[in-house]
Write a protein that binds this ligand. Structure first.
Ligand code: HAM
Length: 428
């Protein structure tokens, strides 16, 4: 008997990082393919960027944000370069835009793992996957509406209903400069309550606003609101976004304290929260405008907007709402070989090439065991090859849905076409 390793000897995935196994992974395929087809329908193309970037790509995301200050997985490679595992998806997209200078508007979508060394808990992981979309190079409120519509429609299509769309405007540079001053004065007046966090408030006054600390609740409630400082141009842009959402029948709430976690945000910001998830981790997607990031990265002026949605959280929300179940195992045909005939591999290849989902058992197992395997695989039909069938040039076919083990014989060379016809008649 091989020694079973003691639990503590087993090498596990790194803390806060998940494996996704079949059949659960079938939901990932379903979710991703729904997003893919929607994004492509909206005119977005897939962008793939490396998992690692130069560290500096992310410092522009916000030196005062926790994601950059405390949570980056960064390292020095053998060539002495400081690199980082991607903590979020927007900075790499802008880096690629500045590097390649594609024509604008540049509409891209992505699917990528992100790494943040956070304290893991339900819905918060050290590796999480995001589906996202970005439109680079255009400052038009209609684009803000389109990007929100893409996320909203995707979540609705998954079957999610308990959704809250929060929107706000962070205004332009002038707005934020004025607001920062007012806010900082307010924090200074509350420095006793802020304690050690006063340092963070000084570095970036906005960062305090999205805190969920209950003892700060009243202070945050009373804090001056950014909306009161919007310039006319910012207010007009935000108004047009709201009208656009109304036109499309997308319900939203204005959330005056929504400022989002990265320094690059300007103008429109939004978050989609699931009422079915715990309040602390209920954001299934979020995004906003980042009109200056391309310039900050050494590129041309390219006002932009996008969002990222966390796949793990989307699936948690689907679980909580009882939608997008794990698809049942499904196979068109299972080949049961009782004689070890050399033609089985060829038959299987023929079935698969004809477009059928086909599998078999290995290792010369008994009829009973192979039929159990066929059942477990969710096979619609079993094709059985025994010695008498081989002699007569036929195969036995069993309908796995019928209660009786009724079998019929089909000529070996006709079996692929026969199965195709049957399956087309009654697709499962
Ligand atoms: P974010 O809000 O940090 O934004 O992340 C987007 C989504 O990723 C969140 O709403 C959440 O669903 C998921 N997420 C974030 N962190 C974790 C985690 N530790 N564990 C599980 N899920 C997580 C961004 O990353 C921006 N790049 C979004 C964006 C795109 N803004 C403009 N364009």
């Amino acid at each position: 008997m091989p020694r079973m390793p003691a639990d503590r000897d087993v090498i596990r995935a790194p803390k806060g990082m998940l494996d996704v196994l079949p059949p659960e992974s079938a939901r990932w395929i379903e979710l991703i393919s729904r997003f893919t087809s929607r994004a492509e329908r909206f005119g977005y193309g897939l962008l793939l960027t490396p998992i690692v970037e130069h560290y500096d790509v992310f410092t522009r995301v916000g030196e005062t944000t926790d994601v950059v200050r405390k949570e980056m997985y960064d390292f020095v490679d053998r060539g002495g370069r400081r690199l980082a595992l991607r903590p979020e998806g927007t900075a790499p997209v802008v880096r690629a835009f500045v590097q390649h200078r594609p024509p604008t508007p540049w509409k891209v979508w992505y699917l990528a793992p992100n790494f943040r060394a956070e304290q893991p808990q339900a819905g918060r992981y050290r590796q999480h996957w995001q589906l996202g979309a970005e439109v680079i190079g255009i400052d038009d409120p209609d684009v803000d509406v389109e990007v929100i519509e893409l996320l909203w429609g995707f979540c609705r299509d998954l079957g999610l209903r308990d959704l809250r769309l929060l929107v706000n405007s962070m205004g332009d540079a002038e707005t934020r400069a004025r607001y920062r001053e007012v806010l900082l004065a307010y924090w200074r007046a509350h420095s006793a309550l802020l304690g050690n966090e006063m340092e963070r408030a000084e570095a970036n006054p906005l960062r305090i606003l999205d805190s969920k600390r209950s003892d700060w609740f009243e202070m945050l409630e009373q804090a001056p609101q950014l909306g009161e400082y919007l310039t006319d141009a910012s207010a007009a842009h935000f108004m047009r976004v709201q009208e656009g959402l109304q036109e499309l029948g997308i319900p939203f709430e204005i959330a005056p304290r929504l400022v989002r976690g990265f320094d690059y945000y300007t103008s429109t910001v939004f978050e989609l929260a699931s009422g079915a998830l715990d309040a602390a981790q209920n954001a299934i997607g979020g995004g906003g405008r980042y009109d200056r990031l391309a310039q900050e990265m050494g590129g041309p002026a390219a006002p932009s907007i996008g969002f990222g949605a966390g796949i793990e959280r989307l699936l948690l929300a689907c679980d909580a709402e009882g939608v997008l179940p794990v698809p049942a195992a499904r196979l068109d045909v299972f080949v049961v070989d009782l004689v070890g005939v050399s033609g089985t591999a060829r038959l299987l290849a023929e079935l698969r090439e004809s477009g059928l989902a086909a599998d078999r058992a290995y290792g010369g197992r008994s009829l009973k065991k192979q039929m159990t395997a066929a059942d477990r695989a969710g096979a619609r039909w079993a094709v059985i090859i025994g010695s008498s069938e081989v002699e007569r040039g036929v195969v036995a076919v069993r309908d796995m849905r019928s209660e009786q083990p009724l079998q019929q014989e089909v000529r070996r060379e006709e079996i692929a076409a026969w199965l195709r016809t049957e399956i087309d008649k009654a697709p499962s």
